[in-house]
Design a protein around this ligand. Sequence first.
Ligand code: HEM
Ligand code: HEM
Length: 178
Amino acid sequence: MMKLTDSPERYGLISRFLHWGMAILFAMQFASAAAHWALPRGSSLRETLWAYHVNLGVTLLLLVVLRGLWGLWNLRARPTEAGPMGKAAKAGHAALYALMAIVPSLKIIGAAGGTRGFSYLGFQIFPARETAIAWTKTISEWHGALGWSLAILVLGHIGAALVWHHLVKRDNVLKRMA
Ligand code: HEM
Ligand code: HEM
C-alpha cells in the first residue's frame, strides 16, 4: 500500500502528487513567460499562453503554501542525505521554496498597491486605488528577473536529479520521488 505521508525511504503520495503536479504547472507558467518575452504583441500563441499567467501564478502560490506546510508537518520523516552534498541539496530546496513564494508574491503586492485593482478567477481581491503606492510598484519590478532566476534554479535541480543522481551516482534519489 502506498503511504500518504513521507518516510525516510521515500516521499509519500501527497508530497509526490504536489511535486509532479506543480512541476507540470510550473512548465506551463514558464512557457507563458517565455512567450511573453519572445513573441511579438498580437501573436495568437502569445495571447493564448499569456491568458492564464496571473490565475495560474496565484494558484501556484496557494499550492506552494500548502506544500510547504505539508513539508514541515513531515519534516522529521523525510528522506535526508548526510555530508556536504546533503547540505547543498537542502540549501537548493530551500532556495526553490523561497523563490516559488517570493516571485508571485511580488506581483500580488504590486497589484494591491496599484490603480487597476486585482481579480483571481473572476473574484475581486483588491479594488482599484485612486493613487498607486510607489514602493509596491518598485518591488514588483523584480518579478521578471527573479522569475527567470527560479527557472535557472529549476534547470539546475533537474540536472542534479536526472544527471548527477540517476545517471552518474545511480542512487535511489529519483526513485524516492518517482
Ligand atoms: C510562480 C509564479 C510565477 C512565475 C514563475 C512567473 C514568472 C514570470 C516571468 C519569468 C516573467 C518575465 C516574462 C518576460 O520576461 O517577459 C513574468 C512576467 C510577468 N508576470 Fe509572472 N510569474 C508568476 C506569477 C505571476 C503572478 C501571480 C502575477 C500577477 C499577479 C504575474 C504577473 C506578471 C506580469 C504582469 C508580467 C509582465 C511584466 C513583468 O515582467 O513584470 N506573474 N512572470
Ligand atoms: C523533470 C523535473 C523534475 C525532476 C526530475 C525532479 C526531481 C526531484 C527529486 C528526485 C527530488 C527528491 C530529492 C531528494 O530527496 O533529495 C525532488 C525534490 C524537490 N523538487 Fe523536484 N524535480 C523536478 C521538477 C521540479 C520543479 C519544477 C520544482 C519547483 C519549481 C521542484 C522542486 C523541488 C523541491 C522543492 C524538492 C524538495 C522536496 C519537496 O519539498 O517537495 N522540482 N525533485
